[in-house]
Design a protein around this ligand. Structure first.
Ligand code: FAD
Length: 461
C-alpha cells in the first residue's frame, strides 16, 4: 500500500495530524495499536476528568449544608463511578474514531514497526500484515508511565495511573509518590472520594507560581490531604495490614506511611518500544526523539510529535504539534503558530497558568509589575461558595505587556485562555483592562487582576 502520509499512533497528536493531513488533500493512513484517542482519551485527560466531576460533586454534597440543603446518608458506589467514567471514554473514543474515518483517513488497527525509512510494517489485529510505503511518516507513539527504581515497587498494590483508573474499589488509605500534575490530580480526587491520602513529594508542582505554591499546602491541609513536601520515596514494604511507604524528608528524617495502595506517579517516558527506529535510522536520545522546528527527525521524511519527543507532555501540545507538523509538510515552511502553552491542574481549587512566573521573567531580564485579585472579592465566586484562590498577572514594567498569568480558583482551566491569547499576541494590560467583561463572572477576577497592575482595580480597598 502507498500513502502520502502515514501516522503511527492515534493519540491527540496522531489523530489530529491525520485529520489535518486529509483536510489538506493528502492520502493518509493512521496506525493505532490500541484505541483511537491514545493516552488522553483512554487513560489520561478524559477518564481523570470524569472522576474529577465525581470529586466535585462529593465536595458539593459535603458542603450542601452551607447552601441550606440537608443531605443525609449519601454514599458513593465506586463500581458505578467507574462505569460512568468508562461510558464517557467510550462515547468520546467512538466519536473520534468516526470523525477520523469521516475525514477519509484509513485507520489500520495494529502495531507498526519500521522496515526502512520509507516502509513500515503493520501487524494487524486480524492476524494479517500490511506493508505501507509513505512519502512522509509521523511518529506519534506517545508515552507510558515510568517506574522509579524504588525497592518494593513491584509489590501487589503498588500501581501506576493506568491501573488506578481500572480499580473498582475505593482504597481506604492511599499514598501518592510524586506530586506532578498526575499525582496531585489523583490525590485530590481520591481525597474528595473519602480515601485517606498522603502525598510524598520531592518538589510540589515544579513549574507553578510561588504564591500558589505557598498557599496550596494550607488549602490541601484544610481538606485533610497529608503532604510531605521535599520528601523522597526510599522503599515500599509489605506488612500484615497493607503496604509501608518509607521515605526521607528534607531534614533526612524517616517518614513511614501505611496504605492499601501506593500510586507511583513519578513521571512518564517516551514510548518507542517495538518501533524498530534503528531500521529507519531515526535517533532516539534516551529521553525522546529529537526534532527541528518543523518536527523533522534526523531522517528527512520522518517526523515526530507529542509525548514521544520527551518534552512537555500535554494533549493540547501534542495536537498543536500534529497540526503544525502536517501544515509544515504541506507547505515546506516551518509553521507559525502560537507558542504559549496553558497548563491546567484539575485539583480543588483548580490551578492554571500561561507564560512566565515572576522568577522566570526576572531571569529573562524583565523589570516586572504584578497585579493580583482574590476570588473572595468576586461576586460569582462568592455565590458559588468557591472563594479560595486568586488571579496573579505579571507584566513588563516598561511596556505593560502581559508576560504571565497564574490562576488558582474556580474554573481556572477555563479562565486561562484569555490570558494565553493576550500573551501570544503580546498584548499590554490595557488590552484586557479596556475590554468589557460580563458581570457577574469569574472572568472579572482576571480583569481586576490586570487592572491592578496599574493600580486601577475597582474592587480592592
Ligand atoms: P498518546 O496519547 O500516548 O498516544 C500514542 C498512541 O500511539 C497510543 O494510542 C498507542 O497505543 C499508540 N502506539 C504506540 N506505539 C505504537 C505502534 N508501534 N504502533 C501503533 N500504535 C502505537 N494532558 C492534558 O493536556 N490535559 C490533561 O488533563 C491530562 N491529564 C492526564 C492524566 C493522566 C492520568 C495521564 C497519564 C496523562 C494526562 N495528560 C493530560 C497527558 C496526555 O494524555 C498526553 O500528553 C497525550 O495523550 C499525548 O498525546 P500523544 O498523541 O503524543 O500520545
Amino acid at each position: 500500500m502507498e500513502k502520502d502520509l502515514l501516522i503511527i499512533g492515534g493519540g491527540p497528536g496522531g489523530y489530529v495530524a491525520a485529520i489535518r493531513g486529509a483536510q489538506l488533500g493528502m492520502d493518509v493512513a493512521l496506525v493505532e495499536a490500541d484505541r483511537i484517542g491514545g493516552t488522553c482519551l483512554n487513560r489520561g485527560c478524559i477518564p481523570t476528568k470524569a472522576l474529577y466531576a465525581n470529586a466535585q460533586l462529593m465536595d458539593k454534597l459535603a458542603h450542601a449544608d452551607s447552601f441550606g440543603i440537608k443531605v443525609d446518608g449519601y454514599q458513593m458506589d465506586m463500581g458505578q463511578v467507574m462505569d460512568r467514567k468508562d461510558s464517557v471514554v467510550d462515547q468520546l473514543v467512538k466519536g473520534t474514531d468516526k470523525v477520523v474515518e469521516d475525514n477519509g483517513v484509513l485507520i489500520l488497527r495494529g502495531f507498526a514497526s519500521f522496515l526502512s525509512s520509507e516502509a513500515v510494517e503493520v501487524k494487524l489485529h486480524d492476524g494479517t500484515t500490511e506493508v505501507i510505503k509513505a512519502k512522509s511518516v509521523i511518529i506519534a507513539t506517545g508515552s507510558v508511565p515510568s517506574s522509579p527504581p524504588v525497592p518494593g515497587n513491584d509489590l501487589p498494590g503498588v500501581i501506576d495511573s493506568d491501573q488506578l483508573l481500572e480499580m473498582r474499589e475505593l482504597p481506604k488509605r492511599m499514598v501518592v509518590a510524586g506530586s506532578g500534575v498526575i499525582g496531585m490530580e489523583f490525590a485530590s480526587i481520591y481525597n474528595s472520594f473519602g480515601s485517606e491520602v498522603t502525598v510524598i513529594s520531592s518538589t510540589l508542582l515544579k513549574r507553578i507560581d510561588k504564591d500558589i505554591v505557598k498557599r496550596l499546602p494550607l488549602i490541601l491541609k484544610k481538606r485533610g490531604l497529608k503532604l510531605h513536601d521535599g520528601a523522597r520515596a526510599k522503599e515500599i514494604r509489605k506488612t500484615d495490614t497493607g503496604l509501608l511507604m518509607i521515605a526521607t524528608n528534607k531534614k533526612g528524617e524517616t517518614i513511614e506511611v501505611e496504605a492499601d495502595v501506593v500510586l507511583m506517579a513519578v513521571g512518564r517516558r517516551a514510548f518507542v518500544d517495538g518501533l524498530k527506529l534503528e531500521a529507519a535510522g531515526v535517533i532516539f536520545d534516551g529521553n525522546g526523539i529529537p526534532v527541528d522546528n518543523k518536527f523533522q527527525t534526523n531522517v528527512p521524511n520522518i517526523y515526530a510529535i507529542g509525548d514521544v519527543l520527551g518534552g512537555v507532555m500535554l494533549a493540547h501540545v501534542a495536537s498543536h504539534h500534529g497540526i503544525a507538523c502536517v501544515e509544515g509538510i504541506a507547505t515546506g515552511e516551518a509553521p507559525h503558530h502560537g507558542s504559549t502553552v496553558p497548563d491546567c491542574i484539575f485539583i480543588d481549587p483548580q490551578i492554571a497558568y500561561a507564560g512566565l512566573t515572576e522568577e522566570q521573567a526576572v531571569a529573562k531580564g524583565y523589570e516586572i509589575k504584578t497585579g493580583k485579585f482574590n476570588f473572595v472579592a468576586n461576586g460569582k465566586a462568592l455565590s458559588m461558595g468557591e472563594t479560595d484562590g486568586f488571579v496573579k498577572v505579571i507584566a513588563d514594567a516598561s511596556t505593560l505587556k502581559i508576560l504571565g498569568v497564574h490562576i488558582m480558583g474556580p474554573h481556572a482551566s477555563d479562565l486561562i485562555h484569555e490570558a494565553s491569547l493576550a500573551i501570544d499576541h503580546q498584548m499590554d494590560v490595557h488590552a484586557i483592562g479596556n475590554s468589557i467583561h460580563a458581570h457577574p463572572t469569574l472572568a472579572e477576577a482576571l480583569h481586576e487582576a490586570v487592572l491592578n497592575v496599574t493600580d486601577a482595580a475597582i474592587h480592592i480597598s
